[in-house]
Every structure is written in structure tokens, then in C-alpha cells.
Design a binder for this molecule. Structure first.
Ligand code: 13P
Length: 260
């Protein structure tokens, strides 16, 4: 499959923001303002907002997603939410292994893998996050970290993985206003694509969508999306602002034809 067949995906990660009223307002503004978008669009909202946002987005191509899940199907796991419950609530996408979860909730590669398997088994589309910290980058460990994080996704059945999306989110660029340069992002994306090819073959890797995340905004999305291995963005802070997020969705970059 050629790179042209990777339809860009612009996903918002609302993180732990917005009450119900604010969630409804933002979802409405996005739905009303979307127009004709070349990119696929998703919003990954807090658990508490899933139902109301799902209601607002009915009839809109904007897809609903969650920010985490538990790997078990059901049972005595107080505070957790399963893949089946997310699907039932109207979610299509789920973010897995965000650096904030790895950092504050000690999620290991093993946990990420378990969550990935659970999401795939339930039919949710996973957005798995990878990326190095500033310290790792400064110690020239970026590629080792990415290699290890991608390795944790190996050994699954490629057919099951067809919905997989990987987001490269350098931790030093998240919420800091420091974006990776388009060249830094491209270098990391190409590395990830090659690492995936090593596990799943070239065709699979060429069809895989790789998102960039970390201080994406209206001002930098065009130059990021001009890079050949960037297939979209996972947007935090700016996804809470409808005008900015809509501009990001309607990025200007060399045309990509077709859709996956
Ligand atoms: P910011 O866009 O706020 O830097 O957050 C990026 C992110 O973590 C998306 O998942």
C-alpha cells in the first residue's frame, strides 16, 4: 500500500479537562464548524463526557474516543473501564500508553501491550503513544527508547492490528510549547516505521498511520504535515479551542489522495 493511502487523522486529546457543559459546547462547535475535511477527525474525551459528546456528534463524521482503558473484560477492578464498556458507550478510538500515564501511573510497556490486545480484541481502534523524555534525548537514547516501545507491540497477528495508529509524542514537547522541528519529527517517524517494518513487514509499515503529538498548533501543523512520514496529529491543549483545532484539521500540505 502506498503512502498516499494513509488518510491523515487529526485527533484531539482533551485530557482531564472540561465539564459536561463545556464538553457539549466544544463538540457542537467542532461539529458545526467542520465543513469538508480531508482528514479523519477524532476527539478523545474524559470518561465522564463520552455519553454527552457522543450525543452531540451523532450524524457527524467526527469520531469519539477515550484516553485509556483496562485490559480485563470485566470484574472487580474498582475505578477502571473496559474496552467493551467504551465501545458500548460509543467510542471508536482509544489512546493507550500516553506518556502522562506512563509517567504518573507507572504504565510499563507490558501494560501497554495488554491494553493494546484488549482494545483490539474488543474492536476498538488503538492510538498507541511512544516517545522519549528530554533526558533520554540528551543522552542520545531517543532511538533506543522508540525501539523498545515499538518492540512491546510485536508478535501480534498483523490482521488484528489493521486499525493500529501510533503517535510519536516526545515528552519534552508535550504542553511545553516546544514543538519538535518537522525534521526531528520526520526522523523519529521514519525510525518508527522502519522498526515496525522489522516486526510486521514493509507493506504493513507503509500502511500504518503515524501521528505526531507535542505542542501542535495552527502555526506549525502545515510544516509538520508536509513531512512524508507524518500522517496526522494528536493534539492536546489546542484541541480545546475550536478555532485552533478546526484550523489544525484543515491543515495545508501537499495533497494526499485516497483513503485507507
Ligand atoms: P499538547 O498538544 O498540549 O502539547 O499535548 C500533546 C499531547 O499530549 C496529546 O496527547
Amino acid at each position: 500500500m502506498s503512502a498516499n493511502l494513509r488518510r491523515p487523522l487529526i485527533a484531539g486529546n482533551w485530557k482531564m479537562n472540561l465539564d459536561l457543559r463545556q464538553s457539549v459546547e466544544l463538540a457542537r462547535a467542532l461539529k458545526d464548524g467542520l465543513g469538508q475535511a480531508g482528514a479523519e477527525v477524532a476527539v478523545c474525551v474524559p470518561f465522564t463526557s463520552i455519553a454527552v459528546v457522543g450525543e452531540v456528534l451523532k450524524g457527524s463524521p467526527i469520531r469519539l474516543g477515550a484516553q485509556d482503558l483496562h485490559w480485563e473484560k470485566e470484574g472487580a477492578y474498582t475505578g477502571e473501564v473496559s474496552a467493551g464498556q467504551l465501545l458500548d458507550a460509543g467510542c471508536r478510538y482509544v489512546i493507550i500508553g500516553h506518556s502522562e500515564r506512563r509517567r504518573y501511573f507507572h504504565e510499563s510497556d507490558e501494560v501497554v501491550r495488554k491494553k493494546l490486545k484488549a482494545a483490539l480484541a474488543a474492536g476498538l481502534w488503538p492510538i498507541v503513544c511512544v516517545g522519549e523524555t528530554l533526558e533520554e534525548r540528551e543522552r542520545q537514547q531517543t532511538f533506543n527508547v522508540l525501539k523498545r516501545q515499538v518492540e512491546a507491540l510485536a508478535g501480534l497477528a498483523p490482521a488484528e492490528l489493521s486499525s493500529l495508529v501510533i503517535a510519536y509524542e516526545p515528552v519534552w514537547a508535550i504542553g511545553t510549547g516546544k514543538t519538535a522541528t518537522p525534521e526531528q519529527a520526520q526522523e523519529a517517524h521514519l525510525f518508527i516505521r522502519n522498526a515496525v517494518a522489522g516486526h510486521y513487514g514493509k507493506d504493513f509499515a507503509q500502511a500504518l498511520r503515524l501521528l505526531y503529538g507535542g505542542s501542535v498548533k495552527a502555526e506549525n501543523i502545515d510544516s509538520l504535515m508536509a513531512q512524508p512520514d507524518l500522517d496526522g496529529a494528536l493534539v492536546g491543549g489546542e484541541s480545546l479551542k475550536p478555532v485552533s483545532f478546526l484550523r489544525i484539521i484543515h491543515f495545508q500540505a501537499p495533497a494526499r489522495s485516497g483513503a485507507r
